[in-house]
Ligand binder design. Sequence first.
Ligand SMILES: NC(=O)c1ccc[n+]([C@@H]2O[C@H](COP(=O)([O-])OP(=O)(O)OC[C@H]3O[C@@H](n4cnc5c(N)ncnc54)[C@H](OP(=O)(O)O)[C@@H]3O)[C@@H](O)[C@H]2O)c1
Length: 329
Amino acid sequence: MKQVLIERYGTPWDVARCADVADVGAPDADEVVFDVLAFPINPADMWFCRGSYRLKPPLPATPGAECVGRVTAVGASVKHVKPGDLVINLQRENWAQKRRVKGDDAIPLPAGIDLRQAAMVRINPPTAELMLSDFVDLKGGDWLIQNVANSAVGRLAIVLAHQRGLRTVNVVRRAGLADELRRLGADLVLVDGEDLARRVAAETRDAPIRLGLEAIGGAATGRIADCLATDATLVHYGSMSGENPDVNRSNFIYRGVRLTGFMLGRFLGRRKPEKIREIYAALAQQVMDGRLSAPVDTVYPIDDIKQALAHADRGGRSGKILVCPNGAI
Ligand SMILES: NC(=O)c1ccc[n+]([C@@H]2O[C@H](COP(=O)([O-])OP(=O)(O)OC[C@H]3O[C@@H](n4cnc5c(N)ncnc54)[C@H](OP(=O)(O)O)[C@@H]3O)[C@@H](O)[C@H]2O)c1
C-alpha cells in the first residue's frame, strides 16, 4: 500500500514522498481497519514536516492529523462501527491508503455525508465550536473578534457564532473577502493593519468585545488585544507567522485582558468519550445539512503529494488542499 513518509525534517515538498510499504494487516480484537478516502493538508501538517510542530517523532514518520475513511474490517470486540461505515480517526499518521487503529479512536460519521467535507470534520469544526463555548459565556448580541477569518477555522467560527446570535468582527489580511464572509453570517470584515482598534471601535460603536480568537502571532496578536474590552479573553490558537504573541503590556496591567491558548486535544481530553462522539455527531449533522462546510481549492492523488504540499503552502488559496489516497471521490 502507499503511505507518505518523511525521512528528514525540512521543506515539506522536499522531504515528503509517496512510498510503497507493507499492508496494515488484519485488525486485533479491539481494532478497526479502514481505507483512507481523503485527507486535508492543514497548517499543522506543514509544521510537522518542517520539524517545528510540538510533535517531532523519530524518522521515518508519516504526517496526517485527520482523514475520512471507510471501514473494511473490525475486531471481534468492536461494536460501534462495521465494515462499510464512514469514520474519522482521533489519531495521527493518516497520510496513507489504509489505517489500522484502536476501535475507540474510530468515530462513526453518517452515511451519505459529503466525503470531502467529512475529511475536514475531525479538527477545525470542533476547534471553532469549543473556542466559542469554553472561554467566555457570550449571549446573543455580544461581539467577538477573530483574525485569519477566511481560514477554515475562521469561516466555521463565523457560522457557529451566527447560529448563536453572536456578532463577529472578522479580520483578514487581504481585501476582496468581505462579501464571501458576509454570506456566511459575518457582521464586519476588516483588513488587518496598524489602526485596527480605531476602525473596530468606529464600526462597532465602541461595543465591548469580550472574546478574541487569534492564530497569527507576533504583532497581529497585539492588534487583536488592543480591540478587546476590559477583562476580555484573548485565545491564541495558532501562529501562521511563526512568531510568539507580541502584546502591549498595558492590555494586561491596566485592562485585565487575559491571554490564553487553545489546543483541540487538550480541550477534547477534558471530556468523556461519549461526549466527544456527541460533539462530532452534532457537527457531522450540520455538515450533512449543509450548514457547515469548508471550501476546497484542489484535490490531488497521493502520488502527487509533493505538488499538493507546495500548493498548500501558497497563500491566497480559495480553500483547502485535499488528497485522495484511494482514487477520486
Ligand atoms: N490549536 C488548535 O487546536 C488548532 C486546531 C485547528 C487549527 N488551528 C490553527 O488555526 C489556524 C488556521 O487553520 P486552518 O486549517 O483554518 O487554515 P487554512 O484554512 O489553511 O487558512 C490559513 C489562513 O492563514 C492565513 N495566513 C497564512 N499565512 C499567514 C501569515 N503569515 N500571516 C497572516 N495570515 C496568514 C491565510 O490567509 P490567506 O487566505 O490570505 O492566504 C488563511 O486565512 C492555523 O494556525 C492552525 O494551526 C489550531
